[in-house]
Design a binder for this molecule. Structure first.
Ligand SMILES: NC(=O)c1ccc[n+]([C@@H]2O[C@H](COP(=O)([O-])OP(=O)(O)OC[C@H]3O[C@@H](n4cnc5c(N)ncnc54)[C@H](OP(=O)(O)O)[C@@H]3O)[C@@H](O)[C@H]2O)c1
Length: 308
């Protein structure tokens, strides 16, 4: 009999890709916000109860980092209360919950990549709600995997890649923050790794019960700054030239000639962000044998998808 997997946040970057990568594992039911609203935890829990999935992959989240500063209650409900309620349903049914979290649970003061044993200390509301979500899931005793990732982008959705390309069609010079360090991570790579982790968990379930549960860091290899990411986007996009005459958003030429690096202090935002967002993926590698490639290689593949 086919396993049922429920994906929340079907319209999001990761949720979109999960519908494709999880397909070989069973029946994937992907819910949009209208079908499973995390701002209403009771209703969200009821949807999970009624659909009775074996595994929930919770890709839905309140991800507007700056807006969260002025909507802390809503962000907390979506990112912490609802995941806990869903986890409680899964705990009852004996299934597995896979959930995503963020580097923003850390304050960025560590001089080396963060590992899973490092103590979280979020600088902003979004990070605090995501940390609360991790804890509310764990508190239910539900079998769970929490994947912390960073700087997520794709060729659709709201993200830095598309913002840079939009600005690069309007301006000759792009000013970008150069004192925050992290690893841009392609949503598809996250979804592919999630599918492999899920497959392994399902396989082991029959042998040892749910095993290798807990928290893992899952990001591209390597690191850069927002300025470095922007520069690489411009270079890769330009290298992929030979545009078809009209391919809409992805076919138009850029006018941007340079990226000007600036310190965060010159780009004040409502939410403070960590200086160091780099996460060590060693635990993921030693447990699941998985390692995402360098961020530049992934960026090239993502752009090839869009323009070729
Ligand atoms: N984006 C990043 O840079 C980043 C970095 C680190 C970690 N993460 C984590 O990675 C996971 C996936 O993020 P993503 O980049 O794929 O996010 P995303 O592209 O912003 O998508 C978020 C998804 O959540 C849905 N959503 C928002 N409010 C909801 C609600 N009340 N009920 C149900 N669904 C709701 C959105 O639906 P609508 O389309 O209707 O708004 C959308 O489908 C999240 O847990 C996020 O916290 C993301």
């Amino acid at each position: 009999m086919s396993l049922r997997l429920l994906v929340t946040g079907a319209t999001g970057q990761v949720g979109w890709q999960l519908q494709r990568t999880l397909a070989p594992l069973g029946e994937v039911i992907a819910c949009t916000r209208a079908e499973l609203d995390l701002s209403n935890p009771d209703a969200a829990a009821k949807v999970v109860r009624d659909l009775a999935p074996y595994i929930v992959v919770n890709a839905g989240a309140y991800t507007a980092v700056d807006k969260a500063e002025s909507e802390p209650d809503l962000a907390h409900t979506i990112n912490a209360v609802a995941p806990g309620r869903i986890a409680a349903e899964i705990a009852r049914s004996g299934g597995l919950m896979i959930h995503y979290s963020t580097d923003y649970v850390f304050d960025g003061e560590k001089a080396a990549p963060y590992d899973e044993a490092d103590t979280p200390a979020p600088l902003n509301v979004y990070g605090a709600t995501k940390l609360a979500g991790e804890r509310s899931i764990a508190a239910t005793g539900c079998a769970h995997i929490i994947l912390r990732t960073t700087w997520v982008y794709d060729i659709r959705g709201k993200n830095f890649l598309r913002t840079v390309l939009r600005l690069a069609r309007e301006r000759e010079e792009l000013t970008m923050v150069a004192d925050q360090h992290g690893a841009p991570t392609w949503a598809r790579a996250i979804a592919e790794a999630t599918a492999q982790i899920t497959a392994r968990c399902i396989q082991m379930r029959g042998v040892t019960g749910w095993s290798n549960t807990g928290t893992y860091h899952l990001t591209s290899a390597g690191q850069t700054t927002w300025a470095g990411f922007a520069q690489q986007i411009l270079e890769e996009y330009t290298t992929l030239a030979e545009w078809p005459a009209d391919t809409g958003e992805w076919g138009s030429p850029l006018v941007a000639k340079r990226v000007v690096p600036i310190p965060s202090a010159q780009f004040p935002t409502p939410a403070r962000r960590p200086r160091n967002s780099v996460l060590s993926n060693a635990h993921l590698l030693s447990t699941f044998g998985l390692q995402l490639p360098d961020w530049r290689q992934q960026l090239r593949l993502a752009l090839q998808d869009a323009v070729r």
